[in-house]
Each structure stands twice: as C-alpha cells, then as structure tokens.
Design a protein around this ligand. Structure first.
Ligand SMILES: NC(=O)C1=CN([C@@H]2O[C@H](COP(=O)(O)OP(=O)(O)OC[C@H]3O[C@@H](n4cnc5c(N)ncnc54)[C@H](O)[C@@H]3O)[C@@H](O)[C@H]2O)C=CC1
Ligand SMILES: CC(C)CC(=O)C(=O)O
Ligand SMILES: [Mg+2]
Length: 352
C-alpha cells in the first residue's frame, strides 16, 4: 500500500503530520509512505507548483494524502505558477472527477454550529462535487479593450459525458444512503446548467429507487442554513460545490472538521485510487502557530482507508476516536477551545 503524502503550504504540513501519526498508530501492513513537494513550497524549491516528480509519485501511489496549497507570497505570480494550480493539476491529471464531501452533525457540537442547535443537529448530507470541469478549467484570460477598459473572462462549460459520469456517482451514493438526490444548478440563467439538469433527468431513468429533485444554487445556499436536514445527497458542479461545502462546514461547526475524497475510475489492487484532503485551504492567517484543527485531515485519512484500501474497520476506528475526543470536550481554537494541533492529534491517538 503506497501513499504519497503531499503536505503543501501553510497549515498543510501541520495537519498532515497529525493524520500521519494516526495512520502510523494503526500499524497497517505493507504501508509505504512517500513525501513530495507541492504548491508554493514546490515553486520555491523546483520552480513549479506541481513538479513532474511529484506528479509521478502521485501516479505511482495507491492513494494521495494532501494537505493544502496556497501562499500569499505567490498571489502575484503568473496564474500557471500559482500554488493552487497544483491541486487543480493533480485532480485533472489523475482523472479525479468525483469529489465526495460529507457533512454530518457531530455529537456535542450542535451548540457550536453557526445555526441554531435544533437545526444543526439534523445535518447528515453528502455533497458530490464535479471536480474536473466547469469554470475552473475553461479558457480564461484578461485583455484590454480598444477604449482602455480591462476585461477578464473564464469560460464555464460541461459536456454531457462529464455530467453523466458524475450523475452516476451521485445516484449510486444516494442509493447507498437515504435515496434522495438534489441536483443544484443555475438552469434559470446558465446554458451549462440547463444541460446539467437535462442529463441528470436522463440518468435518473437508471435509478428508479432514487428521488431526484433540482434546486437553483442561490436557493440551495439559503436552504442549507434554513433547513440542512432536508438534504441527503447534493450533486453539483465544481464552482457551486466548492462554495456550498465551505458553507456546510460552518453549519456543522468548523471548516477544520470537513474531510473529502477525490475519486476517479482507476482501480488498484486495494481499491479505488483517490486523493484525500481537508476541504479547507492553507489558512495563512494561522499557519505556524500550532492552532490549526487537524480533524478534517485525520478524517480524510479515514476516507482513504475506506475508499482506497478497503479497510472499513480502520476507517471506523479513526472516526470513532474523533467522536470520542469531541465527546470528551477536546476543542480546537476554531471551536472556541484551546487544544492545539498536536494536542488534538494526541487526543485522537489516545482514543484509537
Ligand atoms: N485544496 C486546497 O489546497 C485549497 C487551497 N486554498 C488556498 O488556501 C489559501 C487560503 O485561503 P482561504 O480563502 O483563507 O481559505 P482557508 O480554508 O485556508 O481559510 C479560511 C479560514 O478558515 C480558517 N481555517 C481553515 N482551516 C482551518 C483549520 N484546519 N483549523 C482552524 N481554522 C481553519 C483559516 O484560519 C481562515 O480564517 C489561499 O491561497 C487559497 O487559494 C483554499 C481552499 C482549498
Ligand atoms: C484552491 C481551489 C483550487 C480549490 C478549493 O477551494 C477547493 O477545492 O475547496
Ligand atoms: Mg474550497
């Protein structure tokens, strides 16, 4: 079992280190770990945010554990050299088109949600976000018009094959949960979204047991805070899924809690190849202070064991240890507590 660990920038290395401590403690057989540079640190060391050797390491692994990329010092670089291009490049080069972002109420945290506790306690949803298309990957640029006015553009598009494959992932996820799938789009305005909706309706014919509904993204953002308990599985495009998942994290309690899996079609001898990362970024505002909550990354490692290594028992063990730590009152700074990154790692390890 080969894991490529790409810790990246800011709090990436801090939270990834705690996830690795937890994986080490499980004493998994035949585990080999490789570490690679990615993001701003890779730009500094190799002149590119996703050096070829890092991409090769990721390709040759059975799974990737990813921290975060992003460094304010790199914000004025040409776009293709910015740290964020590394995660976009990994997702597209590795064919990781399906992003699973679960958001579930955690015991004892209802009072720490940005929502009222009786509303927050009902959250149990999965966002299935398309990850290889949309406005993130379309033609983009800036130009100065003849009258001197500056203009920027980013092309939004999906073809039907891209929508169909994420539809099937989402319908299958709904089959394995409560059988309700809500497709979120902006079909009242966008042609891309109208095609998205049409293809979702076509795909539904293969899943008679799943109840498909549609919601415009502006309403979805409102419903997510009004009554998040109404959602089972949400399927949406790259941009909308990015935004709604950060929003969902505060409905649960903190962005430091939400994990993710990015999956494609490639199978290894152990399971589905995937990249696992917290939904948050490099958090430059708290980097280096030892205050980041590593729970999202530790939970991402649990998702890795489940999806890429078929080790459901070990995944459940990690999730139970997180729940037990929270039950015991372990709270990071993001949750109004005083437990640092390593303290939280210690607390989870003690309950494995
Ligand atoms: N997948 C990735 O590598 C991602 C990278 N980014 C990059 O990260 C950089 C910072 O972006 P932001 O918009 O500030 O988003 P962010 O998610 O890094 O941080 C947003 C806020 O949440 C807090 N936060 C995030 N993770 C936390 C944790 N584990 N524990 C406690 N607090 C936490 C931060 O301190 C900050 O106040 C940018 O360069 C951005 O492009 C952003 C999102 C995803
Ligand atoms: C940094 C972006 C490319 C991605 C992002 O915000 C995310 O995937 O959550
Ligand atoms: Mg994001």
């Amino acid at each position: 079992m080969k894991i490529a660990v790409l810790a990246g920038d800011g709090i990436g290395p801090e939270v990834t280190a705690q996830a690795m401590r937890v994986l080490d403690a499980l004493r998994l057989p035949e585990l080999t770990v490789f570490e690679g540079d990615v993001g701003g640190i890779a730009y500094q060391r190799h002149g590119h945010p996703l050096p070829p050797e890092t991409l090769t390491m990721a390709r040759e692994a059975d799974a990737v554990l990813f921290g975060a990329v992003g460094d304010p010092a790199c914000d004025n670089l040409e776009r293709h050299l910015r740290p964020e291009q590394a995660i976009l490049g990994l997702r597209s080069e590795l064919g990781l088109f399906a992003n699973l972002r679960p958001a579930c109420a955690m015991p004892g945290l209802e009072g720490l949600s940005a929502l009222r506790p009786e509303i927050a306690s009902k959250i149990d949803l999965l966002i299935v976000r398309e990850l290889n298309g949309d406005v993130y990957f379309g033609d983009k640029g800036t130009r100065t018009q003849a009258d001197g006015t500056r203009e920027g553009w980013d092309m939004m598009s999906y073809d039907e094959a891209e929508v169909r494959r994420i539809a099937h992932v989402a319908f299958r996820a709904a089959q394995g949960r409560n059988g309700r799938l809500c497709s979120v789009d902006k079909a009242n305005v966008l042609e891309t979204s109208q095609l998205w909706r049409d293809v979702m309706i076509e795909a539904a014919a293969d899943y008679p047991g799943v109840d498909l509904s549609h919601m415009y993204v502006d309403n979805a953002a409102m419903q997510l805070v009004r009554a998040p308990g109404q959602f089972d599985v949400i399927v949406t495009g790259n941009l909308f899924g990015d935004i709604l998942s950060d929003q969902a994290s505060m409905c649960v309690g903190s962005i430091g809690l939400l994990a993710s899996a990015a999956l494609g079609e490639r199978q290894t001898q152990y399971g589905t190849f995937g990249l696992y990362e917290p939904i948050h970024g490099s958090a430059p505002d708290i980097a280096g202070q030892g205050n980041a909550n590593p729970m999202a990354t530790i939970l991402s490692a649990a998702m890795m064991l489940r999806h890429s290594f078929g080790r459901e028992d070990d995944a459940a063990r990690i999730e139970a240890a997180i729940t037990a730590a929270l039950d015991h009152g372990v709270r990071g700074f993001d949750l109004g507590g005083s437990a640092g990154t390593v303290d939280i790692g210690d607390a989870v390890l003690a309950r494995l």
